[in-house]
Design a protein around this ligand. Structure first.
Ligand code: DC
Length: 224
């Protein structure tokens, strides 16, 4: 675990992890709204680093240059994603950024910087709903509730196709499978299920049913 910042045990963090298209963003955003908590999309942070690297003509797998860039980056992730003063909300979802982001997210120095920023974000707010790949395993191992969302490969690819700028199912499915493979096998914080996470298979469920299930877990497990 990066020794960047101590994680206070009292933070009310709801950690939502899972692969692309598992429904994380929709569910995390809705849960945050129901609880009146802030919501953080950590995938957007890695996308923002990839976006800025591409904009500057830096190769995404140039580890040192991308790491330095990530430390210098002015980044705001909220309703909009602002990267060094530019609104990149739409561009970070482009196929080019989507293809480049895995190598950026596999860069240990970039991860260290992003984890530090994610902990600061939560510390400033006393907690929040945070979604990503390593939130329950690395960023907030003390979170009172960790949810790991899954869904069948076919359903995840269909959801992603609706979400992305690229609407071609076969291409989105192929990119997604490639990215899942890199995300799950990389050395630095691979996508894994935390031992104490609750796994929810969302195949065939609509978002509201999943949000209800997560709300029930919160009522049961998260001290009010
Ligand atoms: O969820 P997403 O597709 O927007 O995530 C973009 C990329 O960032 C994806 O390749 C996984 C990676 N990621 C990560 O490694 N750790 C996180 N906490 C969030 C995303």
């Amino acid at each position: 675990m990066p020794d960047t910042l101590k994680v206070p045990h009292t933070l009310k963090v709801i950690a939502i992890d899972g692969p692309a298209g598992s429904g994380k963003s929709t569910v995390a955003r809705a849960v945050a709204a129901r609880l009146g908590l802030a919501y953080l999309d950590t995938g957007a942070m890695y996308r923002a680093v990839a976006f800025e690297a591409m904009r500057r003509g830096i190769e995404p797998d140039d580890e040192q240059t991308v790491a330095e860039l990530s430390r210098q980056l002015e980044l705001e992730v909220g309703e909009k994603v602002m990267v060094n003063g530019t609104d990149a909300t739409v561009e970070i979802r482009s196929p080019e950024v989507t293809r480049a982001v895995s190598s950026v997210a596999a860069n240990p120095a970039v991860r260290k910087e992003m984890v530090l920023r994610q902990r600061e974000w939560a510390a400033r707010r006393g907690g929040g709903v945070v979604e990503g790949r390593d939130i329950g395993t690395v960023v907030f191992p003390q979170a009172p509730l960790k949810v790991y969302l899954t869904a069948s490969e076919d359903e995840r690819a269909s959801r992603r196709t609706k979400e992305m700028l690229d609407r071609d199912y076969d291409r989105v499915a192929a990119d997604m499978a490639r990215r899942d493979q890199i995300d799950s096998t990389r050395a630095a914080s691979p996508l894994t299920v935390a031992a104490d996470a609750v796994e929810l298979d969302t195949t065939g469920l609509d978002a509201e049913a999943v949000v209800d299930a997560v709300m029930a877990l919160i009522a049961e497990r998260v001290p009010q």
